[in-house]
Design a protein around this ligand. Structure first.
Ligand code: CIZ
Length: 397
């Protein structure tokens, strides 16, 4: 059997390191890490990070209101310092639809820039600084495989409206559009519970993609029994199940995962508790169900930030999410002890590909000749139409 592992997944551990801080180096040195990088003009390769910062400040002030920079929480500080808005993918997309600038530079990953293009006006242009910044989870659900699985699934059910596709925001525009075409909806990690209720009011099954862990954790919040939650393996006929199993299932989970959040383990939770008896363990719902059960709290990126910021002085937090976000929380809350559950420093390798030199390159491209911008992300009209339909259903939840 041939399976396709996305290159973004194979390269996920590329930036992991033991015990040292992540430090931005000239791009040429970071390119030595052997992952897929987009080529940039040679003049950007050797620039010192301080020089890059000065030039970004200068380009940003010259472009003024023509440009908005959106920075995802998982970006490095050297990029975040230039963000006009910082947020999770949903908040940033909402912001994209409210901005009045022509150029929206999305420092995040491809599916986020696609969503920004879907919700922004036609005269606005969305730019992703490095086109190699995919998302390994979104890449685990490529259009052709999902489309074939969907056709196979509905062909084996009594009526196709029995099953409602629910896609996590962290999916490609094509997958969002598949939901829009087929009575489905989009959700984020903060409204997945409501989206499940919405879907089960309409049909009797959910086809959830691409993250099996968020799907399983959400199904469990609704007390859906284990034998009604199955994983759909797209490389096997009928996802690896019998027709009886499919008919019995309430939730079918696409076999995808987040490479950052699946690094966290129950053992790490136990070690944190041994070392700090008063610790509160908080994890993202893209972690496995075992890790969620071992933790004290779980929630979306915005939930994690809010809880830590509002917690008492001297509180101790072990957190299971992306390391740039955890480091920033620790820096902004010096009166608390905040650390990652995982002792290995392992940033999201696709987010980390937005080296500041790429941000400088795209800004200067607009500044010197705005007829020849680079790295525009454009979703075609039909995909936009259906993806928007699924996104709009989420907005009324
Ligand atoms: O969608 C996002 O921004 C991520 C990665 C997670 C979340 O909980 O917001």
């Amino acid at each position: 059997m041939i399976t396709r592992i996305p290159v973004t997944e194979l390269e996920q551990a590329a930036f992991c390191q033991d015990g040292t801080q992540l430090m931005t180096k000239p791009l040429i040195e970071e390119l030595e890490i052997n992952v897929d990088w987009q080529e940039v003009p040679k003049q950007y390769l050797r620039l010192d990070p301080n020089v890059i910062s000065e030039r970004i400040f200068s380009a940003k002030s010259k472009l003024a209101n023509a440009v908005t920079i959106l920075g995802h929480h998982y970006q490095r500080d050297e990029v975040i310092q230039f963000a006009d808005v910082i947020g999770d993918s949903f908040k940033l997309s909402q912001q994209a639809s409210r901005q009045k600038s022509k150029w929206i530079i999305f420092c995040g990953v491809r599916f986020m820039a696609e969503t920004a293009d879907i919700v922004s006006d036609d005269w606005q242009k969305v730019i992703l600084p490095n086109l190699a910044a995919g998302c390994s989870m979104a890449d685990m659900a490529p259009t052709d495989l999902v489309q074939d699985s969907w056709v196979e699934l509905i062909a084996n059910l009594d009526t196709w409206t029995d099953v409602i596709p629910v896609a996590y925001m962290n999916s490609t525009a094509d997958i969002k559009a598949l939901c829009g075409r087929n009575n489905g909806i989009i959700c984020t990690s903060s409204n997945a519970t409501k989206a499940f209720k919405w879907a089960l009011d309409k049909g009797n099954k959910i086809f959830f993609l691409p993250d099996q862990h968020l799907g399983r954790n959400t199904a469990k919040k609704w007390d859906i029994p284990d034998d009604q939650i199955i994983v759909w393996n797209p490389y096997k006929p009928l996802g690896g199940h019998t027709i009886q199993e499919i008919k019995k299932a309430t939730v079918l989970l696409w076999q995808g995962h987040c490479s950052v959040h699946t690094r966290f383990t129950v053992k790490q939770v136990e070690l944190a508790r041994e070392k700090f008896p008063t610790v509160k363990v908080m994890v993202h719902p893209e972690c496995t169900n075992e890790v969620l059960n071992a933790s004290d709290l779980n929630g979306s990126t915005e939930f994690i930030i809010d809880r830590v910021n509002k917690s008492k002085k001297h509180s101790v937090w072990a957190i299971g999410t992306e390391i740039n976000l955890i480091n920033r929380l620790a820096k902004n809350n010096p009166d608390k002890t905040i650390f990652s559950l995982d002792s290995v420093i392992c940033p999201c390798s696709t987010m980390y590909r937005i080296h500041p030199a790429y941000l400088l390159w795209v800004l200067e491209s607009i500044m010197y000749d705005d007829k020849k911008p680079v790295n525009i992300i454009e979703v075609d009209e039909e995909t936009k139409y259906y993806a928007k339909r699924a996104l709009n259903r989420m907005l009324v939840l």
